[in-house]
Design a protein around this ligand. Structure first.
Ligand SMILES: Cc1ncc(COP(=O)(O)O)c(C=O)c1O
Length: 390
């Protein structure tokens, strides 16, 4: 059966070039990068080469890159690493749980947290961030691109506010890396998180940019790895993969690959909306990363549509988290003021470098037809159709 994967915001497949770069580090190049002998020197040099590549992607110095086990650890290190008891933190209501639940934990530990809202397009208002500042504000953490809607936040203006107030600024750029140009100086951030598996490197590796001069307490205690910012023997193969993926991401931003992806996303979106009544794009009026569209299909359970599409070979997802058997509407869509029914009827399509126009045609043929079939089973939809005389 044909399988088409449009869930690249969940994870991306490893690119063949990334896999080839990693392969030697699973066999002949096995040294511990902290060992001083030949084997260690080889892997140390590979890790430092990858650090340079990630630094190029972010527009920073290699020494400012700390390798982690992924985006979640990078977010936690960036947040807990700079906060002292009693500090105030500003974040947004639409952060990934890696940031949101860290903020909840800080609040439990006695650090006041302000959650700034978003508007109906999923955008944070820069003025709300400014107004939330307090004399004891230590950190602002606002994501660059949302994982569910792809909406891009006004990160550079928030960076300016942070800098004027003398506050540290962290941005979760996990869903932005490889999709938008990144430059830590333009963004004005002190801390920035990325994750390997969102840009065609493996799962279980990521990085935190830490601006020179930022005082960071480690999360883990142990060896003196990563300039004492992250203890633990380096995941050399993963780091090499992240470095290679960063090089490919820089190339993709320069060679038109990303624009091509935006055109594919726009074609998918337009075709699905044109062929499906009572559908629309969540966050469609805001600036978005080029690969993501979050579409509501009123009067359909998003989960049911995902399962029906999966049975036909198309992998997509909802933003909703499943807890205790009941599908909770997504916190991101709820924060955008969507009614719970519409939030539950929303599905995310996220493209990757490997997707083709033929795959797009397959999805365009499948999605409207599947949505129509599910709606026929909905009593509310049938009542609506009768009322409209169709
Ligand atoms: C915006 C965002 N931040 C953080 C993470 C967590 O990254 P990881 O899966 O590498 O821990 C994700 C993953 O979905 C994400 O989308």
């Amino acid at each position: 059966m044909r399988r088409v994967y449009f869930d690249n915001n969940a994870t991306t497949p490893l690119l063949p070039e990334v896999r080839a770069a990693m392969e030697p580090y699973f066999s002949e190049q096995f040294g511990n990068a902290s060992s001083i002998h030949h084997h260690g020197q080889q892997t140390r040099s590979a890790v430092e080469h990858a650090r340079e590549s990630v630094a190029k992607l972010l527009g920073c110095r290699a020494a400012e890159v700390v390798f982690t086990s992924g985006g979640t650890e990078a977010d936690n290190l960036g947040i807990f690493g700079v906060i002292q008891p009693g500090d105030h933190v500003i974040t947004s209501t639409i952060e990934h749980h890696a940031v949101l639940f860290s903020a909840h934990r800080l609040a439990e530990m006695g650090c006041p947290v302000t959650f700034v809202p978003v508007n109906g397009d999923g955008l944070v208002d820069v003025d709300d961030v400014r107004k939330a500042l307090r004399p004891n504000t230590r950190l602002i953490s606002v994501m660059m691109a949302n994982n569910e809607t792809g909406v891009v936040q006004p990160v550079a203006p928030i960076g300016k506010i942070a800098s004027e107030a003398g506050v540290s600024f962290h941005t979760d750029a996990v869903q932005a890396a490889g999709k938008l140009p990144l430059d830590v100086n333009t963004l004005g951030c002190h801390l920035l998180s990325i994750s390997g598996h969102k840009l065609h490197a493996p799962q279980g590796v990521g990085a935190l940019y830490v601006r020179k001069g930022t005082r960071l307490q480690p999360l883990f205690y142990g060896g003196r790895h990563e300039r004492q910012r992250r203890a633990g023997t380096e995941n050399v193969a993963g780091i090499v993969g992240l470095g290679k993926a960063a090089e490919l991401a820089v190339a993709g931003l320069a060679n038109g690959e990303v624009q091509k992806m935006a055109a594919m996303r726009d074609r998918l979106e337009a075709a699905v909306l044109a062929a499906t009544a009572a559908s629309g794009v969540n966050g469609g009026l805001a600036p978005r990363v080029p690969n993501t569209t979050n579409i509501y299909f009123d009067h359909i359970e998003g989960e049911a549509l995902i399962i029906a599409l999966d049975l036909k070979g198309l992998a997509v997802s909802t933003g909703a988290a499943c807890s205790s058997g009941a599908t909770e509407p997504s916190h991101v869509l709820t924060a955008m003021n969507l009614a719970p029914d519409r939030a539950r009827a929303s599905i995310r399509f996220s493209l990757g470098k490997q997707n083709t126009q033929e795959e797009l045609d397959f999805a365009i043929g499948l999605v409207p037809e599947t949505a129509a079939r599910l709606r026929e089973l909905s009593p509310i939809w049938r009542k609506r159709s009768l009322a409209l005389g169709s």
